[in-house]
Structure formats: C-alpha cells, structure tokens
Design a protein around this ligand. Structure first.
Ligand SMILES: *Cc1c(COP(=O)(O)O)cnc(C)c1O
Length: 333
C-alpha cells in the first residue's frame, strides 16, 4: 500500500511561544504544528484524509471523489494525497467555471485531479444522498468523501492527533478552529474530559449547536472572532496575523488559524482566560489558501511575501531533514 507519506510521519512538534498583545499581556501558548506536516496535505486535512486514503486503497477503489470551494484546503490536500497514494481524484468545485488562474485549482489539476464545476444551486445538494447516489453512478468505483473531509474515517486520524496532545503537559485547554466541525468532534470523542476551546471560523448555527450540545461543560465554543463569517476579515485581523508571524515566526492565515489565535491572544477576557493560562493551540494548517487571496488582490503580496516564502522554505527544510533521516536509516540497516 503506497501511503509512505502518511506512514513516515511520527508526530508534529509543539512550540512554546510568547506573544506580546498590543496594550495587553504577554501571552504564552503551546502550538501544535500540524501546519508543518506537509505543504499541501496540511494540518487537519492530513489527519482527516489518512484513514480515508487507507480505506480507498484497501478496498481497491479507483479513486476519491470529494467537494469543495474554489480555494479549499481540502481540495488541495485530496489532490495531493491521491496523487501520492496512486489514487485518482475528482473534485466537485463550487464555481460556475474552473478558473485556470486560481492557484489552488491549478495545483490540484497538476496533481491529476479531475475538476468538475457545480453551480451554487447544485452545490447546495452536496450532502443530499440522492445527489451523491447520482454522482456515484457516474463514477462507480470512486470513494466519496464529504466536503471538508469529515466522516467516520476522519475520526481515527483526529484521535492520533488527540493522543499526541495528551503526551504534552502544562496546558489548561486545547484549542482548534471550527469549520465543518470534524476536527473538534474527533477531539471530543477521543478525549471527552479535556476542556476544549473551539473557535468558529464559519457561522453555521446547526453545526455549532450540535457541538455545544455534546461538549463537556468546561469547554468553550467561541463565536466572537468570526469577523463577519467564513473567509471574512478586516485590517485588524490582517495586522494581527502579520504581527503574530513577526513575533513568533509561525505563519498563520486569516481564514482559520488567524481567527483562533486572535481569540487566544486578543480576546482572552471573552474566553475567561487568565493572563497566565496556557492553551495548547492546534495549528490546523491552511497556508496554501493565502496564494488565492493574493491572486485575487484581497491580500497584499508585499505584506505577506515573507510569511509565504518562510512557509515554503521551512517546508523544504523539513522535507530535506526527513529525507536525510530516511536515507541514513536505510544506510544503517
Ligand atoms: C478545514 C480547516 C479547518 C476546519 O476543520 P473542520 O474539521 O472542518 O472543523 C480548520 N483549519 C484549517 C486550516 C482548515 O483547512
């Protein structure tokens, strides 16, 4: 089974960092660096795809079919994971037309993903069993994974993340951003008694209500750093993301990780955190999405180029170190 890119991984590092809040306290955080796992299969998408890929290979599927927006981290991750696992991939994309200038879609296509545009109306049916059945008939030997990659098979991958977090001591909460809710649901199942902070990045009331109804009483679901909703942001959030990178060397983006870190640094009073409470924050990745914002001129290339090139360099460095470790292991055998 060709899943070396999953199996070679041991565990992501945890960085202890300090961030000086403007006109506020110096905050200490532990950061679980899942963003460093892989530049394209990043963060929680790597965790969620792992056992989906394994399932597809074990069941001799021809490929994986899935859904996503035009700048989706999950689409980028699925295309890349599929290519490396030797599985075909299909992405049903919420767009009227596949834009060849879109960096996320261009890379997905390079990685062999077949891109199928769905209108906004069609896309609304992405979870409708009848619609999926219809698509399944067109692509009979494909394994269908929902948008965001959250399903039963994503849970064991998140459980591995939870187990890595449990090896660490000295924090009061574990924090994650919330999109489809797959990550926080997996964390809840794996460690029902640990206090979690879920920071909503998507304003989806049914998802947030269902999480709130099941999570332990000491946990917090925070909707105070939505900045207007999914993929919305303002200058305050952008300044924070850039300043956070400048102070800590950890690149973040304004869609998911930036909103979580904003809450953990600038809104501690809203979360009921004392100045010296330490939170273990899961950096869920997603840096690939930055390029799409720059391409659409929603973010300024000059402001972000160090964060992006740093990200690329760090990834290459990690890759070389892993390659070296792998080779020297081979030599010693
Ligand atoms: C998809 C994604 C999330 C949301 O995770 P869910 O499991 O869907 O809640 C958070 N952060 C990043 C970077 C993501 O790409």
């Amino acid at each position: 089974m060709n899943v070396a890119f999953f199996n070679n991984y041991t565990r992501s590092q945890i960085d202890l960092i300090e961030y000086q809040v403007k006109h506020g306290p110096k905050v200490r955080l532990m950061v679980k660096r899942d963003d460093l796992i892989d530049p394209l299969i990043s963060g929680n998408k790597w965790r969620k795809l792992k056992f989906n890929i394994e399932f597809a290979l074990r069941n001799k599927k021809e490929g994986i079919a899935t859904f996503g927006g035009a700048y989706s981290n999950h689409i980028a991750a699925t295309a890349s994971a599929g290519k490396r696992a030797g599985l075909k991939t299909i992405g049903f994309i919420r767009t009227h037309k596949i834009d060849s200038m879109n960096p996320t879609l261009a890379k997905a296509k390079d990685n062999g993903m077949k891109l199928v545009p769905l209108s906004r109306l069609e896309y609304k049916d992405r979870q409708n069993p009848e619609f999926i059945n219809q698509l399944q008939q067109q692509y009979p030997n494909y394994f269908f994974v929902p948008e965001g990659g959250s399903n039963d098979l994503s849970e064991p991958g998140i459980k591995e993340l939870a187990n890595e977090c449990l090896l660490q001591e000295g924090y009061r909460y574990i924090a994650t951003p919330i999109g489809s809710g797959g990550t926080i649901n997996g964390l809840m199942s794996a460690m029902p008694n640990i206090p979690l902070i879920g920071v909503a990045a998507v304003n989806d009331t049914p998802i947030l209500d269902s999480i709130s109804s099941r999570i332990n009483k000491r946990s917090i679901i925070h909707t105070g750093s939505l900045f207007g909703g999914y993929a919305k942001f303002n200058d305050d959030l952008i300044d924070f993301c850039l300043d956070f990178f400048k102070q800590t060397g950890i690149p973040i983006e304004p869609i998911y990780s930036g909103k979580m870190f904003y809450a953990l640094c600038n809104q501690r009073h809203l979360l009921g955190l004392a100045d010296d409470d330490v939170v273990l924050a899961i950096h869920t990745g997603g840096l690939q999405g930055l390029e799409g914002f720059i391409q659409r001129k929603l973010l300024d290339n000059k402001q972000w180029e160090t964060a992006i090139s740093f990200f690329g360099k760090h990834q290459r460095l990690t890759f070389l170190v892993v390659l070296f470790a792998f080779q020297s292991q081979g030599l010693s055998q």
